[in-house]
Design a binder for this molecule. Sequence first.
Ligand code: BGP
Length: 484
Amino acid sequence: MKFTKKDFLWGGATAANQIEGAWNVDGKTPVSTDIQPFTEMKDRTKVSAFNAVTREDVKKALSDTEHYYPKRYGNDHYNRYKEDIKLLAEAGMNIYRMSISWARIFPNGDDAKPNQKGIDFYRNIFNECHKHNMKIMVTMVHFDFPIAIGDKFGDWTNRKFIDLYMRYVETLFTEFGQDVDYWLPFNEMNVGLLVGHMQSGIYENEYKNPFSAKFQALHHQFVSVAKCVELSKKMKIKGTVGCMIAMITLYPYDCHPDNILAWYKEKQMLQDFFFDVLTTGEYKTYTKDMFKKFGASAPIVEKGDAEFIKNNSIEFITFSYYMSNVVKVTDGAADKTGGNLFGGTKNPFLEANEWGWQIDPVGLRYTLNNMWDKYQLPMLISENGLGFVEKMKDENDVIQDDYRISYLNDHFKAIQGAIDDGVDVFGYTMWGPIDLVSAGTSEFSKRYGLVYVDYDDYGKGTGNRYPKKSYKWFQDFMKTKELK
Ligand code: BGP
């Protein structure tokens, strides 16, 4: 079959904290992900770098000389960005999603002036993209909360963060407003429910109920998203502002009413809540139950917030989609499986990778339909891909990643299916087109790339880039748009 949609955007997605390296170079200060060490793992479904951290943990990690912290070094993109962008362009990609590190622009949060070296670095990247005729999507915060900002101003439960963040946003809009086509204020906002520190700077042990803190932080981020929309219009920048969640596509385990009810409630919490607030400004009735579930208090919403969010609603929707999960609350044995946020019950109809992420292309078509019916906003799938352990034998070896080719093929078919259903999907950026450090486990061995990078979990290797079989497959697909 052929992928028929014209002007569709095809690209790759990365995040500063997983690729750049240069964690303390040219003025950049440490961020929350720089303190996540690599841990040897036997069962990959059970490891998570997303643990709650304390102030003490941060201090220790910053002076630790024993462990290796992969996100400090990424895949050396800071020094290799020209080669990387050329590889993406030569694969046929016409959009690049990347993130800017707040700590590279305002290393101390309240610096009198932005850090010129940081601005220059991103300007160079944008120039490369323009040279190759690639559009640009920028995530302004992708899991990398600046430690120095936290030390001075606390965390996102403090409403003052909206102003701090907007100063950063205004700087980016001023510097890059004519370069960037799409802006995402935050990566996967719903991850904020799972981990407090990584994106919101929350030390969970310092709160009586960490969930109350996380909901409060999220509320301030919702207001910030609306402020980004407002500012983008005021400043007449070229790009539009959307937002993103990690799509946890859920199914009830069976037609037992208890499973249906539990599935529905979990879906409200993990998916609906975020785009419902961002598009209407409202905390719908179900949120009461959601706060209750965590014993959390509802966030303090200032007068006018709801109206403001509604009037400055996001212009497009993006989400990451890797897998689907199953909800089961009834008694009886069922295997568990892993997942990027919360794991779930195993779906007997699906296969999974080594991390227990269940492969489900049809779920993508279902999800696109569901999101379109609910919000009627144009959509881009901002992450998708298959993590796999791969090892090149020698310099001339080409990784034969047929499993990745078939994963991509099937997901592209699902997108075409949704388009045929009438859904407005305008683009797709695959996760980690050049191997990078895993967000969830901090390992390098979980490779998503069309291009292999010669680093191991401890950063040993040349860092050289080698196209895999899937690189050629993608190149051909971009020319023919043929799918199997
Ligand atoms: C998303 C994140 C990315 C990313 C991806 C894959 O949740 O936005 O940063 O890495 O998932 O996850 P992982 O790296 O854990 O395989």
